[in-house]
Design a binder for this molecule. Structure first.
Ligand code: BGC
Length: 436
């Protein structure tokens, strides 16, 4: 006798809490265009034309239309950043025209009814900061503090949630471990100084924002990563997982404890650690073992979202400040979106206080050292004409937002996975008699 296995289907919409924030995230240098006073721009000028941001999406001039588009796709919130180098192109000299520009940008969002999350630092620095030694300089947190002190009163009327720094740990990683990034150099002491200066900058900005605003939550956008051992029974690999998890996910939080009103999570990476070719665990290139990778070779691992959310639940509210896929196949983006949202939904049902989701990104944009090749956008951008065309995934996301959840039909046809955890055995149901 054999039992059928019956998948659990409740045919209901996977609903999200009332007031859930749905939107997308962008960053200034990646979409605005002509950010001529920052360190990335300076580096790009020495690269071939296709590696330069140049006009990017020309969002600087097209923000009204872009926000209208996001509104028409039902988004109720938007995460964006301001460009320090536009506002303070020369040390201590603030450009009032640029401040007015950002006021208009934020006003436009508020007039259209968006909840606004504003990031103050997203990877780029004014060139005068670089000339002074960048974030290795112990005075840089003070320069940042002066900038924050100036800009917060100017913009506070239109900002609902503040993000001090985007992915400080990734900023450190790229500058000291990734030869593809322009500011890469091997220098352990420089790395430690940069890390600690970013800790200090976050704390200073947190205090200033609270001094200058009333009851506006402040946090940072943290790049959280998941790890697993390549071999189930390797103690050394398991130890590697514990150490990597603590350093990547918890160290910055530990050093800034008490300085967060919410936790912003950017989730992109899942790693497998192996001791096959070395004594200490090293990352395995997973590509030969799975087809489930993005165009950038990053593993697609929705379960990781559930794992980090339950792991980091703590007592702070959580916003997914970024999660997205680089793919030229929009069907994959649709499946990605639904699978990751399903995991978030599971975490919410398990009691995690997740309050919003910002897909990365609204538009195809300038993806740093990979320039314009990776396609992260719900909206396609033709970089010759700058025409915007929403992809099917943009309409699927619009449907999810409209229902404040994922309808069963969408899940069934576009995102469904039946895996071991979803399967139950009902004794006696569907019994098949073995032939005698
Ligand atoms: C960064 C974005 C970047 C995205 C995709 C995040 O780490 O905040 O600037 O475009 O990842 O790589």
């Amino acid at each position: 006798m054999t039992n059928f296995v019956v998948p659990k289907h409740d045919h209901a919409t996977l609903t999200f809490p009332d007031g859930f924030l749905w939107g997308t995230a962008t960053s200034a240098h990646q979409v605005e265009g002509n950010n001529i006073h920052n360190d990335w721009w300076a580096w790009e000028q020495k690269q071939p034309k296709e590696a330069r941001s140049e006009l990017a999406c020309d969002h600087c001039n097209r923000f009204e239309d872009d926000f209208d588009l996001a509104k028409s796709l039902n988004h109720n919130s938007h995460r964006l950043s301001i460009e320090w180098s536009r506002i303070e192109p020369v040390e201590g000299q603030f450009d009032e025209t640029e401040i007015e520009h950002y006021k208009k940008v934020l006003q436009s969002l508020k007039q259209k009814g968006f909840t606004v999350m504003l990031t103050l630092h997203h990877f780029t620095n004014p060139t005068w900061i670089t000339d002074k030694g960048g974030w290795e300089n112990r005075k840089t947190p003070m320069y940042f503090e002066r900038f924050v002190d100036k800009i917060v009163p100017e913009l506070r009327d239109w900002v609902d949630l503040w993000v001090t720094i985007n992915e400080p740990t990734i900023y450190v990683w790229h500058n000291y471990h990734n030869p593809k990034w322009p500011f890469f150099k091997k220098n352990l002491w420089g790395e430690v100084k940069t890390y600690l200066n970013l800790v200090s900058a976050h704390k200073r900005a947190y205090k200033i924002i609270h001094r200058l605003t009333k009851n506006k939550p402040v946090g940072f956008a943290h790049n959280v990563q998941t790890y697993q051992s390549f071999h189930t029974h390797s103690l050394r690999e398991q130890l590697g997982v514990i150490i990597a998890d603590w350093i990547t996910n918890y160290l910055f939080l530990f050093l800034t404890r008490g300085y967060h009103d919410f936790l912003g999570i950017n989730y992109y990476f899942h790693h497998h650690l192996s001791c096959d070719n070395s004594f200490f665990p090293k990352e395995v290139d997973i590509r030969p073992f799975t087809k489930s990778v993005t165009d950038l070779g990053w593993e697609i691992y929705p379960e990781g979202m559930f794992s980090i959310l339950t792991d980091m639940a703590d007592h702070l509210p959580i916003y997914i400040t970024e999660c997205g896929i680089a793919t030229s196949n929009d069907d994959r983006r649709i499946r990605f979106l639904m699978q990751y949202l399903e995991e978030i939904n599971k975490a919410i049902k398990a009691g995690v206080n997740v309050k919003g989701f910002f897909y990365w990104s609204l538009l195809d944009n300038f993806e740093w050292a990979d320039a314009f090749d990776p396609k992260f956008g719900l909206v396609e951008v033709d970089f010759t004409t700058l025409k915007r065309t929403p992809r099917p995934s943009a309409f699927i996301y619009a449907d999810i937002i409209k229902c404040n959840g994922i309808r069963h039909e969408l899940m069934k046809f576009l995102g469904h996975r039946i895996n071991a955890d979803d399967v139950i055995e009902i004794p006696g149901v569907g019994e098949i008699k073995e032939p005698t």
